[in-house]
Write a protein that binds this ligand. Structure first.
Ligand code: SAM
Length: 219
């Protein structure tokens, strides 16, 4: 089955049609085969306007949310980006089309392993995946031009703020059980940050030292 038509329609209707205008993001969404990041039984649904289950009670985010968060990073190409929550690897694959290097952290080993396999299969060679608690960032590789957090956090972990370059952008859903606000935080100086709210959203919980404890957090 050829999914290129479904992918083109997804980009036209759900991405460009809803106001995503960054050509780097649109091109990346046209290229990456989203169906490869879910189990084969779900391939036919891979280009629909929804998150989908990826096992371990986790999800691959809705395509529009992936595009919106990527656009919010304001990428020019060539950046070094940290992603927290590798999940299926799809967001990392989108970033990998645009930037020089993606560092992605996942806490569930089965997901990290599967994401690695799919990224290798489709030829994404500039993604490093680490199995760890991502709430502490990735100190040995910092600083990052952008950090994108794909799980809902009760607060902004301080490590992320410290691991941004000056001018770097942090995109993170922050809030309580069931719903969060997607925030963009720009590092303006050594201790100076600008914060803005982008939209309401609903992510699975960011679980770890500076996030939720296992068993609590958004539903
Ligand atoms: N970006 C993913 C994709 O493209 O498929 C979607 C991510 S899913 C909505 C959230 C992911 O964050 C889950 O895979 C979950 O295991 C992971 N996660 C939650 N807390 C984490 C933590 N402290 N460190 C790393 N990953 C975490």
């Amino acid at each position: 089955m050829d999914y290129s038509i479904a992918r083109r329609l997804m980009v036209e209707r759900q991405i460009v049609g809803r106001g995503i205008h960054d050509p780097l993001v649109v091109e990346a969404m046209k290229k990456v085969p989203r169906h490869r990041f879910v189990e084969e039984a779900l391939w036919a649904q891979a280009y629909s306007d929804n998150p989908l289950p990826i096992g371990e009670k986790q999800t691959i985010s809705q395509p529009y949310m992936v595009a919106l968060m990527t656009q919010a990073l304001e990428l020019k190409g060539g950046e070094k980006i940290l992603e927290i929550g590798t999940g299926s690897g799809y967001q990392a694959a989108i970033l990998s089309q645009i930037v020089s290097r993606v560092y992605s952290v996942e806490r569930i080993s089965a997901l990290a392993r599967r994401a690695r396999r799919v990224l290798d299969d489709i030829g994404c060679r500039n993604v490093n995946i680490k199995l760890s608690d991502g709430t502490i960032g990735w100190e040995t590789e910092a600083p990052f031009d952008g950090i994108i957090v794909t799980a809902g956090s009760p607060k902004v972990p301080s490590h992320y703020l410290e691991q941004l370059t000056i001018g770097g952008r942090l995109i993170i859903p922050v809030g309580g059980r069931g719903c969060q606000v997607l925030k963009r935080i720009v590092r303006l100086g050594q201790v100076d940050y600008k914060e803005e709210d982008l939209l309401d959203c609903r992510f699975v919980p960011l679980i770890g030292k500076d996030g939720w404890s296992e068993g609590e957090g958004p539903l």
